[in-house]
Design a protein around this ligand. Sequence first.
Ligand SMILES: NC(=O)c1ccc[n+]([C@@H]2O[C@H](COP(=O)([O-])OP(=O)(O)OC[C@H]3O[C@@H](n4cnc5c(N)ncnc54)[C@H](OP(=O)(O)O)[C@@H]3O)[C@@H](O)[C@H]2O)c1
Length: 279
Amino acid sequence: MQYIISSAGVKVPKIIYGTAWKKERTTELVVKAVQAGFRGIDTACQPKHYSEAGVGKALRILKTQGYKRENLYIQTKFTPLSGQDKNNVPYDKDASLSTQVAESFEVSKRNLQTYYVDSLVLHSPLFPHADLVKVWRAMEFIQKAGGALQLGISNCYDLEVLKRLYEDVEIKPSVVQNRFYKDSDYDVELREWCNAHNIIYQSFWSLTANPNILEDESLISIAKKHNKTQAQIFFAFLIHMGIVPLTGTTSELHMKEDLNAVDTLLEDIEIANISKLLY
Ligand SMILES: NC(=O)c1ccc[n+]([C@@H]2O[C@H](COP(=O)([O-])OP(=O)(O)OC[C@H]3O[C@@H](n4cnc5c(N)ncnc54)[C@H](OP(=O)(O)O)[C@@H]3O)[C@@H](O)[C@H]2O)c1
């Protein structure tokens, strides 16, 4: 695996295995993903979409097979109430925001059977801004106590929200995790700003939101030339751009193909041609 070093000094794998929607298959698939070569795992304390405990079970199995915790990048999220199933909230929904963050993180540690995570991500911004800062301060508290090596934010498509957060907090975000799609103009401005501020941009929906790109003639011909699949070429393109894609593939073949994208080198003209498909 190749890595990017984040602003917090954390080794972030160039492609990350995502665990959403895997339910009872989570453990088996995380074990397979790590055995295939993934070193980064993304999850969330959000029972509606993730089995965080299933990830923890996989980590325990992997440990017995010699995969050391310190060689894995584990990323989880604090999901605000708005993103939780009201009947299955993993913290006291009537508690203060800072208590919600603290309780959620205790649940994450228990689920993941680890005393620290490499990255703690806020699942979505809160409004008003004062609430966002309150939650971030609670995440900073966890980071300062050694519970999280770095902090991040997800589903943040308004650059002004990100800039204001960055200005008002002590521990700056190291990661932004966003949906990579046309509706946000592929976050072009936000990504430039992230690059300038040493924030790693992680993408999801990279394949599912972009069938038009994957089926474009120019991408198909690049794939043929490299003897790779279109998905591999698109992941290779994202990685070349400094983006860290998430893949939640359930196929062992696709796991290998997605990992192989990290080592796929594209020529400048190919990068330019794929870039054109985004605009
Ligand atoms: N922060 C957020 O709000 C948020 C939201 C959504 C997702 N995420 C994270 O991002 C992760 C990824 O989610 P995603 O929405 O990007 O979708 P995904 O779960 O990765 O699904 C992508 C689709 O692409 C297919 N695929 C993967 N590799 C392929 C390959 N090499 N060739 C052909 N098809 C391939 C998969 O099919 P196969 O299974 O058949 O390979 C699947 O149908 C999630 O697990 C989660 O960790 C975060």
